[in-house]
Design a protein around this ligand. Structure first.
Ligand SMILES: [Fe+2]
Ligand SMILES: [Fe+2]
Length: 149
């Protein structure tokens, strides 16, 4: 199922759901890194996970400034098309990266919507645009690399 994150009318709900989404994404990255058999692929995916950890830090700041609820890891929700449980059942680097590409579709969609949200202040809009560019770069790599495996 495609993500609904970004369709929230309230800016605070948007920020809270982006935090859920990032937690879920980081968990999916953890599983991916653990499961990939080619270390050079894991190396690249670790760098992408760093981007997500940075996104999470900025989102927490935005939440603190805007009064949005900042959920913790324990409040995990299934926000992605292929969460960590589904990933754990996949075999083969190509299949894993292909599944991760579906997750990047979700994060790209969510940050596109966030960037265009009418209540986003300029500083948060700038961050959403940067996060969007990161997710697009991740998606391109997942797609290109899975296609070669
Ligand atoms: Fe992210
Ligand atoms: Fe990503």
């Amino acid at each position: 199922m495609a993500t609904t994150v970004g369709t929230e009318s309230d800016f605070k709900d948007l920020v809270t759901n982006l935090i859920y989404l990032e937690h879920d994404a980081i968990a999916a990255y953890d599983s991916t890194i653990e499961k990939l058999s080619d270390p050079s692929l894991s190396q690249q995916v670790i760098q992408f996970r760093d981007d997500h950890q940075q996104h999470l830090r900025v989102l927490r700041d935005i939440a603190a400034q805007s009064g949005a609820t900042s959920p913790n890891e324990g409040d995990m929700k299934q926000m992605l098309t292929t969460g960590k449980i589904a990933l754990a059942n996949l075999m083969g680097d190509g299949a894993i990266l292909k599944a991760m590409k579906t997750n990047e579709d979700d994060t790209v969609t969510a940050y596109e919507r966030a960037r265009d949200h009418q209540d986003a202040i300029p500083a948060s809009r700038e961050f959403f645009a940067k996060a969007l560019a990161d997710e697009q770069r991740h998606r391109e790599w997942m797609q290109g690399t899975s296609g070669q495996l």
